[in-house]
Ligand binder design. Structure first.
Ligand code: FES
Length: 153
C-alpha cells in the first residue's frame, strides 16, 4: 500500500523516513529508527510504556501518528543523557531503585521529567495522580514516587 515521506526531529537529529501514513510514532521509533528504548506495552493508550516528549509535553507514542509529529521536537529516553552524564531523573531512578524488571522504566522516566517540568511534582498526591497513567506491574511505585519527588526538590 501507499507510503509517504515523513521528516521527524528526534533527540536533536533530523530523520527522513518513508512509511505508511497509519504508522504510529511508537512504531516509527522502534522499527524505522532502532530507538527501542521506548517500549510497547498495550499499544492502545493504557500503560504509558511508550511515553515520549513532543515539544516538551508527554504523549503516548502508540496513540500518535508519525506523520502528525512532523515539525515537532521529539525526545525519547535515548535523548535524555548528555554524553556520559545521565539526566537527573535517570540518576534518581538508580538511587531509589525505581524499577524492578525495567520494562516500564523509560516511560516512567519520561513521564517523571514532564511531571517535574510542568510543576505537578510538588506533593506526593499530585505526583501520584500525574504518574497514574504509567503502569508498573512489579509495583515499584513507592520508589518511582521517591525518585520523581527528589528531582522536584
Ligand atoms: Fe502506549 Fe501502552 S503502549 S500506552
Amino acid at each position: 500500500s501507499g507510503q509517504t515521506n515523513v521528516s521527524l526531529h528526534i533527540n536533536g537529529q533530523a530523520k527522513n523516513l518513508r512509511l505508511e501514513p497509519r504508522t504510529t510514532l511508537l512504531d516509527a521509533l522502534r522499527e524505522y529508527m532502532d530507538l527501542t528504548g521506548t517500549k510497547k506495552g498495550c499499544d492502545h493508550g493504557q500503560c504509558g510504556a511508550c511515553t515520549v516528549l513532543v515539544d516538551g509535553r508527554r504523549v503516548n507514542s502508540c496513540l500518535t501518528l508519525a506523520v502528525m509529529s512532523q515539525g515537532k521536537e521529539i525526545t525519547t529516553i535515548e535523548g535524555l543523557a548528555k554524553g556520559d552524564d545521565l539526566h537527573p531523573m535517570q540518576e534518581a531512578f538508580l538511587k531509589h531503585d525505581g524499577f524492578q524488571c525495567g520494562y516500564c522504566t523509560p516511560g516512567q522516566i519520561m513521564s517523571g521529567v514532564a511531571c517535574v517540568k510542568e510543576g505537578h511534582a510538588t506533593s506526593d498526591d499530585q505526583c501520584r495522580e500525574w504518574m497514574s497513567g504509567n503502569i508498573c506491574r512489579c509495583g515499584a511505585y513507592p520508589n518511582i514516587l521517591a525518585a520523581v519527588r527528589e528531582v522536584a526538590g
